[in-house]
Write a protein that binds this ligand. Structure first.
Ligand SMILES: Nc1ncnc2c1ncn2[C@@H]1O[C@H](COP(=O)(O)OP(=O)(O)OC[C@H]2O[C@@H]([n+]3cccc(C(=O)O)c3)[C@H](O)[C@@H]2O)[C@@H](O)[C@H]1O
Ligand SMILES: Nc1ncnc2c1ncn2[C@@H]1O[C@H](COP(=O)(O)OP(=O)(O)OP(=O)(O)O)[C@@H](O)[C@H]1O
Ligand SMILES: [Mg+2]
Length: 285
């Protein structure tokens, strides 16, 4: 967002944008992945948090293709910082797909956490960090607990909605929205998530909506990260996943090297979120 950019995705030396044929291949690949995972686990189906955003909407569409409408159970979990529009979009997705779903207000649960540890002062200082992020993370982790509560009771798996752009930048809450049994769209960059969503028939207004974690009022991913997803995805594909050096990436995209460094920093700083909690090596005494 704050970084100047003057490139066109179509001109990139790597194919970030998927063709219709490739989109159809990804659709089949992901639906097979979901169907196999649920069958191999002997589960009754899957549970998925619906936020009205593009990641959960696409995952829901693909899960219904994989498991049928009976196979997916939706949870719409509003808190006081979610917009009515997003929550009604989440319900619209469930209604359109014909899946069973519940709406559970998480505010009382979240408030109980804040009251249980008033020393953090979160209820009074939520507008500034670290309180704002800490409070947002409580909302996100509360949803994770509820997802697993329902999964345990109904013998289902929890579907995650993480994509590759989020995974590589650590743009998720540790043991929150990342606490799931699988990430069906986890190998797609955000740009490709949007493309696949349009391809499988997700309504245009949901495809075009600015991504938001809705952890606090007015939050958007691109403002918080200081990068558009188009630029982020290009840097990830060329430099973090791809072979280009920092300078070649900046020259190719006609952006300052500082933009590439910013992404490098997000990637390196989130390494701990992509691995199992470490323990000391066994001691050979
Ligand atoms: N080097 C290290 N080795 C091992 N552990 C390390 C560590 N550094 C921090 N940690 C641990 O990690 C914690 C920080 O991580 P975490 O609790 O996740 O918190 P944090 O990364 O600070 O915040 C979550 C970020 O993800 C974004 N988010 C969250 C949820 C959804 C979405 C969305 O797109 O929908 C986005 C959110 O906006 C925010 O920017 C620290 O408190 C510490 O416990
Ligand atoms: N209010 C909510 N109710 C239920 N689940 C939610 C809610 N908010 C977030 N989630 C879950 O957390 C996931 C991560 O949120 P994230 O914002 O990254 O994805 P999204 O909302 O689906 O897409 P977008 O990035 O476009 O906002 C969601 O996909 C959804 O599964
Ligand atoms: Mg969202």
């Amino acid at each position: 967002m704050s970084e100047a950019q003057s490139y066109a995705i179509e001109d990139l030396p790597i194919e970030l944008r998927l063709s219709e044929e490739e989109l159809e291949a990804h659709r089949a690949h992901v639906t097979t992945f979901i169907a196999d995972l649920v069958a191999d686990a002997g589960a009754n189906g899957a549970v998925l948090g619906l936020s009205g955003g593009i990641d959960s909407t696409l995952t829901a569409y693909l899960a219904v293709e994989a498991l049928g409408e009976e196979g997916l159970y939706g949870l719409v979990l509003p808190s006081d910082v979610n917009t009515d529009e997003n929550m009604s979009d989440a319900e619209r997705v469930a209604e359109t797909l014909g899946i069973e779903y519940d709406v559970v207000d998480i505010n009382p649960i979240v408030e109980a956490f804040f009251e249980a540890y008033p020393e953090a002062g979160i209820d009074r200082r939520v507008e500034s960090d670290p309180y704002r992020t800490a409070a947002g993370n409580v909302r996100v982790r509360t949803r994770g607990v509820l997802n697993y509560f329902v999964a345990n009771v109904r013998g289902r798996l929890v579907l995650g909605t993480g994509n590759r752009s989020e995974a590589l930048t650590g743009y998720f809450t540790k043991y929150g929205d990342q606490a799931v049994d699988c990430n069906p769209i986890g190998n797609l960059y955000k740009l490709q998530v949007r493309q696949l969503a349009a391809h499988v028939g997700v309504p245009e207004d949901l495809v075009e909506k600015p991504p938001s974690a809705e952890m606090w009022e007015g939050q958007t991913d691109e403002t918080e990260m200081g990068l558009t997803y188009d630029l982020l995805d290009a840097i990830l594909a060329l430099h973090v996943d791809g072979p280009l050096s920092k300078r070649a990436t900046a020259e190719t995209l006609d952006v300052a090297e500082s933009a590439v460094e910013r992404v490098e920093g997000l990637y390196a700083g989130s390494e701990h979120k992509r691995r199992m909690p470490p323990a000391p090596a066994p001691l050979d005494l």
